[in-house]
Design a protein around this ligand. Structure first.
Ligand SMILES: O=C(O)CCC(=O)C(=O)O
Ligand SMILES: [Fe+2]
Length: 367
């Protein structure tokens, strides 16, 4: 670093060299955190090798693992972050493209940084391949057409961010990156060995310990967007690189058709279930869904009636997607031929109710 850069650096973190952290960086007490006393996340490690080698069974198992990991997160506010950041757009471009990274690095930072732009471009190309692969697995895990999401993101223009976190004398007062959910489809994060990334899971901040052989993928969408933050370290500087996968700027964002239909049905059914159990108690076995025409359209709630087959198969799929359990486990016998009984039995498994609540909360106003 030359002397002009060094003085700039000292200027931006002037407060650092004093014995206190400037008020601008002090995070509200209610969001207080003690960076070193958090639990570890114990996130599942998803090995993508089989998927990238084209092994179908391994890809399916990977999608299962991804689904259960993505269905278990919550969300969440800003003071000044204790960090410096550079974010650049990444376009898959030819060497003469004015938007190519090396052109940007040369014009923004000077000739001597052009080669960093070339490295940046190569890194982003690799991240693009990886992220589109992960998106494909996410698509599989959601039960939507496998190629849908892959094609959707194929031409995207993504963002690459480098975060630099200087040491902070009072790491319990400041945050490197405040709590947030990334607004992009997928973020792939490469953190160095200092550690600092935390994810909000099970109502607590949990540390994602650095692994030299793994990157961290954070998702958004039907799977709840994953709240996360980065804490700072008293002694060491930390660097993270984040690749954000985004669709092309003019793409219209809509859920895949079959997924939308399933979610709409689940919303309706879940309101029905909630009302039903309040009114009739958990042992009720005859139920009328007054306000839910899709369900009442079924003659005598018989799930084998032709008009209900479509609904039933969609609902079973939704149950599978949302609970991670095979829907056939709920189809115990012919006696359970009433849709209402079926729904109540599902509800008794309890997990579905929580999952449905999550879907409703995630989608905003359930009314
Ligand atoms: O540095 C980190 O670990 C997190 C950074 C982050 O969440 C972001 O840049 O969006
Ligand atoms: Fe983030």
């Amino acid at each position: 670093m030359d002397s002009s850069n060094a003085s700039l650096h000292h200027l931006s973190f002037f407060e650092l060299s004093t014995n206190f952290v400037s008020e601008k960086f002090v995070w509200p007490r209610e969001e207080n955190h003690n960076a070193n006393q958090e639990d570890d996340l114990n996130e599942p490690i998803v090995d993508l090798e089989g998927f990238f080698n084209g092994e179908k069974d391994e890809a399916r198992q990977t999608a299962e693992l991804v689904r259960s990991a993505c269905l278990s997160h919550d969300r969440f506010c800003l003071k000044l972050p204790w960090k410096e950041t550079i974010s650049c757009c990444f376009h898959e471009s030819g060497p003469d493209d004015p938007q190519a990274a090396h052109v940007f690095f040369r014009s923004a930072f000077g000739q001597e940084f052009e080669h960093i732009g070339w490295i940046f471009q190569e890194y982003c190309k690799a991240m693009k391949r990886l992220s589109v692969g992960i998106i494909e697995i996410l698509g599989m895990s959601l039960g939507v057409d496998e190629s849908h999401l892959k094609e959707y993101f194929q031409e995207g223009s993504s963002i690459m961010r480098c975060n630099f976190y200087p040491p902070c004398q009072e790491p319990g007062l400041a945050l490197g990156t405040g709590p947030h959910c990334d607004p992009t489809a997928l973020a792939i994060l490469h953190q160095d060995q200092v550690g600092g990334l935390q994810v909000f899971a099970d109502h607590k901040w949990k540390s994602v310990r650095p692994r030299h052989d793994a990157l961290v993928a954070l998702t958004n969408g039907v799977y709840k967007s994953c709240g996360h933050r980065a804490v700072v370290n008293k002694w060491k500087e930390r660097v993270s690189l984040v690749y954000f996968l985004c669709p092309r700027e003019d793409k219209i964002i809509v859920p895949p058709e079959n997924l939308e239909a399933v979610i709409a049905l689940v919303r309706k059914a879940s309101r029905g279930i909630a009302e039903v159990t309040e009114r009739d108690g958990p042992d009720a076995n005859v139920v009328v869904f007054d306000n839910y025409p899709e369900i009442n359209d079924c003659p005598k709630h018989c799930i084998n009636a032709p008009s209900t087959v479509n609904f039933r198969s969609k609902f079973l799929r939704a149950v599978e997607l949302l609970t991670g359990q095979k829907a056939s486990r709920f189809r115990k016998s012919e006696e359970e031929s009433s849709l209402a009984v079926f729904l109540l039995n599902v509800l008794r498994k309890n997990r579905l109710r929580t999952c449905l609540r999550n879907v409703l909360a995630h989608e905003g106003n359930p009314e």
